[in-house]
Design a protein around this ligand. Structure first.
Ligand code: MRU
Length: 352
């Protein structure tokens, strides 16, 4: 079965599987520098925390081919700022840019301030490619750890899309579900529609169908009722940023699912590659929450559904307090209980 690859790097150019068009059409969007890459991230042609980190890395790699001799630091800072401003909540974006900054600094240290821009560009490109490869490996490892938690699951619910599309490949929360299925465990999979952007309806159900994992779609308001039927034993979601204390920022609606899960004694798991853990964030209150345009709420597929003149509240993410999280699954292992200690240990282990 062909793997879903949302990010393609070919001949020094970046191509994105345009997620705004899915599931109706599979088209590639070609990008050439930091500005159009930042726009593609902001406009959701690519979305999902790890995917936007890797995309931003390639955006910087393309821009680096235009860096000027003697002004590399200045050009780098400008391009990185453009990319970082695209979306504020996912820490992966910043994480990727900080890493590339480090790589450029290594070249400048080795070859001096007048290092050739081509040398810096090549180092950034190599690191972006390594990040893409590593992301897939990390997700597979994380999936393996998470699959063990689902070995006795009867039904699993996921929210938004934390699949291959949201990463360089394989997925985080969907990687856990997929890995469990690959090891022979069988359970019902439920995907929320995920208003207002419909990542569940458009993307998660598309991916799971491609993987031949049967999926049942429900609207966000049906979760409490579904939990009441006893058909779901676990929830697995992704994260855009997890604070040092285990508070989890993820797609809007995650928090209410966690509250309902606790009410119904359902395990609530978060699939968090260490690239999405922000130890500099003490707790969830320090996580910036992206507010998006009102049209996402008033319109569906470009058609107005809401009355003219209505005011709109459209935060793209919410924060689930650590106390509602049963465990956080990372590529370095499963963390539960004392998140502050456990997450710090996992990050240390993963980053070496
Ligand atoms: O607004 P989106 O679609 O970028 O939001 C994505 C999510 O909330 C995902 O759950 C999160 O980024 C984790 S993806 C592995």
């Amino acid at each position: 079965m062909a793997e879903v690859r949302p990010i393609v790097w070919k001949g020094g150019k970046l191509f994105l599987l345009d997620q705004r068009k899915l599931p109706a059409r599979e088209t590639l969007l070609e990008l050439s520098g930091a500005r159009d890459t930042a726009k593609a991230i902001k406009d959701m042609a690519v979305r999902g925390a790890p995917a936007i980190g890797v995309t931003a890395a390639f955006g910087l790699a393309m821009e680096a081919t235009h860096f000027r001799a003697g002004r590399i630091r200045e050009d780098l800072a400008k391009a990185a700022a453009t990319l970082e401003a695209a979306r504020p909540t996912a820490v992966n974006l910043k994480w990727a840019l900080v890493r590339l900054h480090g790589v450029a600094e290594d070249v400048l240290r080795e070859y001096g301030e007048d290092a050739s821009p081509r040398r810096v560009a090549a180092a950034i490109r190599r690191e972006a490619q390594a990040m893409m490869t590593k992301d897939i490996e990390v997700n597979r490892r994380l999936g393996g750890h998470g699959a063990k938690l689902l070995s006795r699951a009867s039904g699993v619910l996921t929210h938004c899309n934390a699949g291959a599309l949201a990463t360089a490949g394989y997925g985080t929360a969907l990687g856990v579900i997929r890995s469990a299925w690959e090891s022979g465990t069988r359970f019902g999979v439920y995907a929320t529609e995920t208003r207002p952007y419909l990542q569940g309806a458009r993307l998660t159900s598309w991916e799971l169908t491609k993987l031949q994992i049967p999926v049942t779609l429900l609207t966000d308001g049906m979760v409490g009722h579904l939990f009441g039927t006893g058909r779901v034993s676990a929830v697995v979601v992704g994260t855009d940023r997890t604070a040092a204390n285990g508070d989890v920022a993820n797609k809007i609606g995650t928090y209410q699912i966690a509250v309902l899960a606790r009410r119904h004694n359902i395990d609530f798991y978060v699939a968090a590659p260490t690239s999405s853990i922000d130890l500099d964030c003490r707790d969830g209150s320090a996580i910036p929450i992206e507010q998006r345009g009102s049209e996402e709420v008033t319109h569906v597929a470009g058609r107005r559904m809401a009355a003219e003149g209505v005011q709109v509240f459209n935060p793209a993410f919410d924060v689930t307090p650590a106390e509602l999280v049963t465990a956080i699954i990372t590529e370095a292992g499963v963390v539960s209980g004392d998140y502050r200690q456990g997450l710090a240990r996992a990050v240390k282990k993963a980053r070496g």
